[in-house]
Design a protein around this ligand. Structure first.
Ligand code: XMP
Length: 606
């Protein structure tokens, strides 16, 4: 079948490109960046997109493509790294940009390029880069620029080769879909003949062929993904060949376990059993502080609990495959594609599971999909709304929302970050108070993982202004990857210290977090905004007030697929109510509200 090929350079967004194209009913497939021109020709490729990636084109070992691809006579579009690669391989010049740009920029369109048909002359685009094309190759025209990046979009219309420094595939580029559809439909001449309806039948067939005669044990967390994967496996293989196993890790939300069991009963899924394994999880996580280590231990514990159950039941392990509701972002952020940086190890991508995947022992029917596509599949399968529409909740649950602290490690200085922030704020935001917090969280910038400090600000409550502060601070201060609004500033200057004691995942801390999380969830449901928020982590952090009480971060976000996100702009009355109730528990010092988008932040803190 004729299709669009996407050559992957390890961008966090490669699959988003494919998906946006599939949404136009055009088939798109992802290829390794080493694909040869001859191979692509044989495969019936009618257009090529070069993805972004974490590398620099002028690194000594930078990845290139087969030069013959430029001679195939097939339209080419390079995005971010792909754009720079076109610039460099065709004789232009690439240099580090004037400033690193992460976030929105305004693109001014020039000329009348086919790729910008029906696109506004000034339009919002999403940037995430350090390097930039300084000089376009011969034969290319500049067809778009931003204030900081003169060659933001370029084209050789005769040869149909295009390059964008920005990412049209992320939802934040307002007219990105239009640009990609212009490329695919008008420039490549693709036909709209790829239908999502066929997908279910294909998926079931794929499951049957992978399973052969084997049965499947699927770990159900109660989240949307595993619910849909479980339903899909059951539909493909029948109830007697699929066993759902719901493991209560002790890190579930309050009442979550009961609600999930009730949900499954409603749809007559009686091929699921539950097991309380909280003791094992708490035991193994004792005195563990480091986020990646936590995640690895949790992933391995899931497997061990499952193996022990198989043994206890006297089942023959050779007859069983492991089912998982892994979705695409879980794999890409764990560094699964060849050149992608590892942002974090999702619990369903730990080493032991990777080994099983290699041996073909894991069935993951949703591994190519994003959350919103998984929800559509769930609806097609007839699952009830409360199983499909619930907020995403990570498998390791509250365990990754409870930041730990090893008090034995040397304390990290924040002075340099503080000075840089002071410089920026004195020029741009003189009335805003700030402090760099002496803890770290995970983020993602320019396709790379960051582990850096949050910046707390107070003195403004206008979301637009706060958003401006957040973008400016994370763009200019390297040691800062998140910005938080301090939602309960007192009269005096707050003192943000870190706990004197080592803090691991003790049951007390997790119980405290569960109580606060329950309060927050209750309020957003009664305020009628649960459905308007995509996901709402509540995080416990070891920043303590003068009475030694830890702090809470509220992290409500909006997103299509968790690959990029905007922080949620909550009605201030609801926010005040939440903060008031949390403070009234007497258990919490400061309440922060995370005002970071992704990039540069991630949804979760670990
Ligand atoms: P991040 O924090 O990477 O999260 O922006 C993206 C989405 O993935 C969820 N998440 C996980 N889900 N196991 C899961 O099942 C994990 O280990 C895990 N880590 C993050 C996160 O809640 C968000 O929806």
């Amino acid at each position: 079948m004729k299709h669009i090929a996407i050559l992957d350079f390890g961008s966090q967004y490669t699959h988003l490109i494919a998906r946006t194209i599939r949404e136009q009913n055009v088939l798109a497939k992802i290829y390794s960046n080493g694909a040869a021109a001859a191979e692509l020709k044989k495969e019936n490729v009618i257009g090529i997109i070069l993805s972004g990636g974490p590398q620099s084109v002028y690194d000594e070992d930078s990845i290139r493509i087969d030069q013959n691809i430029f001679e195939m006579g097939v339209p080419i579009l390079g995005l971010c790294y792909g754009h720079q690669l076109i610039g460099q391989m065709l004789g232009g010049e690439v240099k580090p940009g004037k400033t690193r740009e992460f976030g929105w920029a305004e693109l001014s369109v020039r000329g009348e390029s086919a790729i910008f048909k029906n696109v506004s002359r000034k339009t919002q685009v999403w940037m995430s880069h350090g390097d930039a094309v300084a000089k376009a190759p011969e034969g290319f025209q500049i067809i778009g620029a931003t204030a900081d990046c003169p060659v933001t979009a370029m084209a050789d219309e005769k040869k149909k080769i295009y390059g964008f420094q920005f990412h049209p595939e992320v939802a934040h580029t307002e007219e990105g879909v239009k640009m990609l559809s212009n490329f695919v439909l008008d420039i490549c001449g693709a036909e709209k003949n790829w239908k999502a309806d066929n997908l279910l039948a294909d998926l079931e067939e794929k499951i049957r062929s992978q399973a052969g005669k084997k049965k499947v044990f699927i770990l159900c967390s109660g989240g949307v993904d595993s619910n849909v994967a479980f339903a899909l496996l059951t539909k493909a293989l029948g109830k007697d060949r699929v066993w759902g196993l719901y493991i209560d890790t002790g890190f579930m939300r309050s009442k979550e376990s009961e609600e999930i069991q009730a949900g499954f009963k409603k749809v007559d899924f009686d091929n699921i059993r539950s097991i309380d394994a909280s003791k094992i999880f708490y035991q193994r996580l004792k005195n563990v502080y480091e986020p990646e280590e936590k995640r690895k231990i949790i992933g391995a514990a899931f497997l061990d609990v499952k193996d022990k159950l198989i043994e206890d039941l006297g089942l023959n392990p050779d007859e069983w495959l492991l089912g998982q509701g892994t979705i695409y972002p879980d794999t890409i952020e764990s560094g699964a594609t060849k050149h992608a940086d590892k942002i974090k190890t999702h619990h369903n991508r730990v080493d032991a599971i990777q080994e099983m995947v290699k041996k073909g022992l894991v069935v993951e029917p949703l591994v190519e999909f994003y959350k919103d596509e998984v929800r559509s599949l769930g609806n097609l399968l007839g699952l009830p709304k409360d199983l499909v529409e619930r907020h995403p909740f990570p498998g390791p649950g509250l365990a990754i929302r409870c930041l730990c602290l090893d008090a034995k490690l040397p304390k990290e200085g924040t002075r340099e970050a503080r000075n840089l922030t002071a410089d920026l704020f004195s020029k741009k935001f003189p009335n805003i108070n700030f402090e760099v917090l002496p803890i770290k969280s995970v983020g993602v910038q320019g396709d790379n993982r960051t582990y850096a400090h949050p910046l707390a600000v107070w003195g403004a409550r206008d979301w637009k202004k706060l958003s401006e502060i957040s973008v400016a601070a994370t763009n200019s201060v390297r040691a800062v990857n998140r910005v938080l609004l301090l939602a309960n500033p007192g009269a005096g200057a707050p003192e943000f210290s870190i706990s004197e004691n080592s803090l691991d995942l003790s049951k007390d801390r997790v119980d405290k977090l569960r109580r606060i999380d329950g309060i927050v969830n209750g309020i957003i449901k009664s305020a009628g905004i649960y459905g308007a928020i995509w996901q709402f982590p509540v995080v416990l952090i070891p920043i303590v007030d003068e009475r030694g009480r830890e702090s809470i971060v509220l992290r409500p976000i909006n997103s299509r697929d968790a690959m990029t996100l905007n922080f949620y702009e909550m009605d201030l009355k609801v926010l005040d109510k939440i903060v008031g109730k949390i403070v009234a528990t007497g258990e919490i010092g400061y309440v922060f509200y995370d005002i970071t988008n992704k990039p540069p932040g991630t949804v979760e803190w670990e």
